[in-house]
Design a protein. Structure first.
Length: 237
């Protein structure tokens, strides 16, 4: 007989309904909203890959600065911290303070205390608003682990997260040589084209073998891309 789920905590959101954290065994958690499962601690291979791929090139960096958009269960954050050196500075942008409390309390053992790591500063803010306020070339990596990724119906210009204007702001906030990594449910060629149009070099990974495989985009802003970007060409003219 299957172990029943126990509701550890819940709260009502303004737009999505009741958000719940459930557990039914050691290390077995769900975050749900209404009847929809947002996150499952037993199915996190793409989130782990996102954190590792997004910070892979920063392993030997003297003091990398990384922004993670979305805390969730802290799985991606744990992968980020496992990849980065002890000197890293990691900012996490999370909309809901209750999610932060869940990670500090109920989910702390699951992630080996990722949310309370001394390298981490969790800000209760929309990640896009934080990026908007960030000075140019500030972060070595930006990682977006939001529960809705880009998809074919995304408004290509005006979507507040995955549209061209928002991508341009992320591009500006990343240092040359830095990376912009994004989680999504499925590959989206139009989103990849928007990333390339902004000046990124892009690849899409499909972590794991078998089963449902999500998409992880890794977009690089390297020196060559920066020199050949339309923005730089206008400045050089």
């Amino acid at each position: 007989m299957a172990i029943p789920w126990q509701v550890l905590d819940q709260f009502t959101t303004e737009d999505e309904g009741i958000l719940e954290l459930r557990q039914r065994g050691e290390g077995d958690y769900l975050i749900t909203v209404g009847s929809q499962v947002l996150m499952n601690s037993k199915a996190q291979r793409s989130e782990i890959a996102l954190g590792k791929l997004g910070c892979h090139d920063l392993r030997n960096h003297p003091k990398p600065k990384v922004l993670v958009g979305g805390l969730g269960m802290g799985i991606t954050l744990r992968a980020v911290l496992d990849t980065l050196p002890d000197t890293a500075e990691v900012t996490v942008a999370e909309l809901n303070p209750v999610i932060r409390q869940w990670c500090l309390k109920f989910l702390s053992k699951l992630t080996d205390g990722a949310a309370s790591d001394p390298r981490v500063n969790i800000e209760i803010i929309d990640v896009i608003e934080l990026i908007r306020k960030t000075s140019a070339a500030h972060f070595d990596a930006i990682i977006l682990d939001l529960y809705r990724g880009p998809h074919p119906q995304t408004d290509p210009q005006h979507d507040p997260i995955y549209g061209s204007r928002s991508i341009a702001r992320s591009y500006a906030a990343i240092k040359p040589g830095g990376t912009f990594s994004i989680w999504g449910e499925n590959p989206d060629p139009n989103f990849e084209n928007r990333l390339r149009a902004a000046g990124f070099l892009v690849r899409c990974e499909r972590p794991g073998k078998g089963g449902y495989r999500h998409a992880v985009w890794v977009a690089t802003k390297d020196d060559k891309t920066l020199k050949n970007s339309p923005q730089q060409q206008r400045r050089d003219a």
